[in-house]
Write a protein that binds this ligand. Structure first.
Ligand code: SF4
Length: 208
């Protein structure tokens, strides 16, 4: 779990003149860059961010950058995105093709955009082998006995390794803090919780 609440709380307040600089998974902004040419569904928690004049959003789809759209699905085998970057795990497409190199290239492009745009926070699609930041599949998502693991996808891991902070579209407590930084009139929902606090997560990863 890489959510840094101290960092989130210390984020400055964005203004129209000096907006908060946010990097988002492009699919979370409605861009149809998912593997099947859709936007992977609508996530109001993420779309809400786009409505404010107090943000400057950098949108990027790393998988589209390296593999185009539409494309196969892919997952990480033998570790997490951090391990792929170290060369000890692989990203494999559905047909077994090794996508590790392309994914690492995409993560480097995402990092370059984050640096160039002086990103202050990233909001990324969880579970993706590229953009996941809290939970990802452990191997083949199509396996009847599919497993999840705590960990980041390759691109989120690249950002985290370089000091950027990443939250996901379902980290509702963190998003409440972010909303309060981009809308001074926002009243935080005190009952909102992040994904690592939900019962499924606690039950599934109870030994981790
Ligand atoms: S999760 Fe990331 S890689 Fe997948 S479609 Fe969205 S932006 Fe692209």
């Amino acid at each position: 779990m890489w959510i840094d609440y101290n960092y989130l709380n210390s984020l400055r307040t964005g203004t129209a003149e000096d907006p908060l600089r946010i990097l988002m998974s492009a699919c979370l902004t409605g861009i149809e860059c998912g593997y099947d040419g859709t936007a992977n569904g609508e996530y109001p928690s993420a779309l809400k961010i786009l409505k404010y004049p107090t943000v400057k959003i950098t949108k990027f789809c790393p998988e589209e950058f390296s593999f185009g759209t539409p494309r196969a699905m892919c997952d990480i085998y033998g570790g997490t995105g951090f391990d792929v970057l170290k060369g000890t795990a692989k990203v494999l497409a559905e047909d077994g093709t090794d996508w590790s190199e392309g994914m690492i290239r995409a993560s480097e492009k995402m990092l370059a955009l984050a640096v160039e745009n002086k990103i202050e926070i990233a909001v990324m699609m969880d579970v993706s082998a590229a953009c996941g930041s809290q939970v990802i599949y452990d191997g083949n998502r199509f396996d009847a006995n599919k497993k999840y693991q705590i960990g980041a996808g390759v691109c989120a891991a690249q950002l985290i390794n370089h000091g950027f902070k990443v939250i996901s579209q379902r980290d509702y407590k963190s998003l409440e803090i972010l909303y309060s930084k981009i809308d001074t009139a926002h009243t935080k929902n005190a009952s909102a919780i992040d994904h690592h606090e939900i019962q499924w997560y606690k039950d599934y990863f109870k030994d981790k």
